[in-house]
Ligand binder design. Structure first.
Ligand code: ZN
Ligand code: ZN
Length: 360
């Protein structure tokens, strides 16, 4: 449990920002942002942060839970919670309320405009996301637990690997092991892709048997206490052809170079540039078709993005992935991914799983 203080402190930071933005309140609709600001874990809520206090709106299913989980004022609405939030905004005669345009549907926007004709709905993007980018000590502890569970789950699932096992069965085994180890759920649909199917960066596990003498790509995350982790390992099955061993070493070299580039103050594009530089030397740059990584936390994809054009600078306390990969159409793919914490002195690779090419 985190103290109410951690959440209260985050709401105070938002409240202080409201004055600078010339807004009376911020209406938060994205559930991970609401969880971040209140601790509430239910599936239906709105949060109104005003300069003085905060109100959580939810429905009767979450009455007890909301009061237990949060220290802000809870309003249980029997009608749509949006109507309850609009009523409060009207009662307080707020002139200007911030909303996140990326999270608000046209229907919600239309409803608010109709109910609050004199209130300006100000689009403010990523206010909460900017705070979420740098993790607190308590959040880092949770991510560490999630990462540990994820790595243990992979080790236990691979121990149960059998020749000609189906991709979907191995994926199910991985998910089962995660749950046994304390995860609430996978952070995303577990990817198990063998042979040529690994050329699709986001392949779904299929019913195909995992054949020998090729590579097997596994990408997985274990959400625990609400926090995600993310790891990809590419392992060999049977005898791995020499050309694929060589390509594996090239991706590993790129991944290590990117990790080497992670430190506070550098642009988020620097690790990406380092990984691309190595793959270019190996003639593989055109096969690296995505960015080098992304932030993670309450969600599996958060800011910052570690792309080629990213200008944002890394800061101690950010948790990011480093995951270069190569994809050869019709032949196969390799990706190696760790979850990495940016520290004052550089970075710490949180993922404990070995990156030597394992062969099953
Ligand atoms: Zn991943
Ligand atoms: Zn990832």
């Amino acid at each position: 449990m985190t103290s109410g203080g951690e959440y209260g402190g985050r709401r105070e930071t938002i409240a202080r920002g409201l004055a600078q933005l010339d807004m009376d309140a911020l209406l938060v609709s994205h559930l991970p942002n609401i969880r971040y600001l209140t601790g509430f874990t239910g599936s239906n809520a709105l949060l109104l942060v005003t300069r003085l206090d905060s109100f959580l709106f939810t429905d009767p299913r979450y009455d007890l839970q909301a009061r237990r989980e949060t220290s802000c004022r809870v309003t249980i609405a029997r009608h749509p919670i949006l109507a309850a939030a609009a009523k409060l905004i009207a009662r307080r005669r707020f002139r200007s309320v911030g909303v996140d345009p990326a999270r608000l549907t046209m229907a919600t926007h239309g409803f608010l405009k109709e109910k609050l004709p004199t209130c300006e709905l100000k689009p403010v993007a990523d206010l909460v996301e900017a705070l979420r980018m740098v993790k607190s000590g308590a959040e880092i502890d949770r991510i560490r637990r999630s990462v540990t569970t994820n790595s243990k789950a992979l080790a236990q699932a691979l121990r149960r690997f059998k020749p000609a096992m189906r991709e979907s069965d191995l994926a199910a085994e991985i998910d089962y092991q995660m749950r046994r180890l304390g995860a609430e759920q996978p952070s995303f649909e577990t990817i198990v892709a063998s042979g040529a199917r690994a050329a699709l960066p986001h392949a779904r596990p299929g019913n195909a048997a995992i054949e020998a003498n090729q590579l097997l790509l596994i990408d997985m995350g274990a959400t625990q206490d609400g926090y995600t982790s993310d790891m990809t390992r590419t392992v060999g099955v049977g005898r791995v052809p020499t050309e694929w061993r060589r390509r594996y070493q090239a991706v590993l070299e790129a991944q290590l170079a990117a990790i080497d580039a992670v430190r506070p103050g550098v642009p988020a594009s620097l690790p990406d540039r380092a990984a691309r530089g190595v793959l270019t030397r190996h003639g593989l740059e055109k096969t690296f078709t995505h960015s080098t990584g992304h932030g993670l936390g309450l969600e599996i994809h958060e800011a910052p993005r570690l792309g080629r054009k990213e200008k944002i600078r890394l800061q101690a306390g950010m948790v990011i992935t480093i995951e270069p990969g190569i994809y050869l159409e019709g032949k196969g793919g390799i990706r190696i991914e760790d979850t990495v914490l940016v520290t004052a002195g550089g970075c710490e690779v949180l993922t404990p799983t070995s990156k030597d090419l394992a062969v099953l």
